[in-house]
Design a binder for this molecule. Structure first.
Ligand code: MN3
Length: 268
């Protein structure tokens, strides 16, 4: 069951004007192969399909909690794209006074589908115009393999965020991306720690991937300073639970339990 809170995870600045080109680039972070729809759906299906949840609880909790947070991420990306598109229309029927096309009068280099089929709204697709696909979901049923995939997915997602940040200087887009760089980095680190716990191999030594520290991005810095890397993932009414610390604590209990590390849950 999901609890809905009627607010975005962060406040987005009000844009000075339309920026359909930025909206087009940000689409990659929504419906790209490594976008938020993919992180959401990977974690959702992996957690829904997991058997013996109580036996693998720290890992089940990690994946299920990240799934819930990712729902808020697609909401945030959608709101960003919509803000970037809001003022792309010139109020006119047919032609505007100066003869320009009223839809996308600014001469957009963005995604035509924003205007043609989505009413200045977010598309469940990527920056190249491909629609998101369930083929992007990976759920092997082997815990170690699924966590490896999720680490790979978050690493590619971080690459995408960094590249879109470097493609646009739009303050609305960068505000959102700065936040997601921080939160995606937390997920990436959480999967690395889970894999380290399962395997004994220190996967955290691979970090950061790509090799750019999040503090290099001015819009990420304020969220790092505000403690977002330490926070949660599990949003509960009235409090934020620290996932990374929980994972470390409960993974210790898991290791001492009847089932050995790395063993998939019953029936998998
Ligand atoms: Mn995310």
């Amino acid at each position: 069951m999901f609890l809905r809170i009627d607010k975005l995870q962060i406040e987005l600045p009000w844009p000075d004007g339309a920026d359909p080109a930025a909206a087009g680039a940000v689409q990659e972070l929504m419906g790209g192969k490594f976008g938020e729809m993919s992180t959401l759906m990977n974690c959702t299906y992996q957690s829904f399909n997991m058997r013996g949840k109580s036996k693998v609880r720290p890992y089940y909790d990690l994946i299920a909690n990240i799934a819930a947070e990712e729902m808020g991420h697609i909401e945030l990306v959608a709101n960003t794209i919509n803000l970037l598109l809001d003022r792309t229309i010139v109020e006119a029927d047919g032609l505007s006074a100066d003869g320009a096309a009223p839809l996308n009068a600014g001469g957009s280099t963005g995604n035509p589908d924003h205007f043609l089929n989505f009413a200045l709204g977010t598309i469940p697709g990527d920056a190249g115009g491909h629609h998101w696909s369930g083929d992007y979901v990976f759920n092997s049923g082997n815990l170690k393999l699924d966590l490896l995939h999720n680490f790979f997915l978050e690493s590619n997602a971080r690459m995408g965020k960094i590249r879109v940040y470097e493609m646009t200087d739009n303050p609305v887009a960068r505000e959102m991306i700065g936040y997601l760089i921080v939160r995606g980095g937390v997920h990436q680190e959480a999967y690395a720690k889970a894999l380290s716990d399962l395997s004994g191999v220190d996967v955290t030594k691979l970090l950061p991937v790509p090799e750019i520290d999040s503090t290099k991005f001015p819009h990420a810095r304020k969220y790092i300073r505000a403690g977002f890397p330490q926070d949660h993932v599990q949003l509960q009414p009235g409090r934020l639970q620290t996932d990374l610390r929980d994972l470390e604590r409960s993974a210790g209990r898991h290791r001492r339990g009847a089932r050995g590390p790395g063993r998939p849950a019953r029936g998998r």
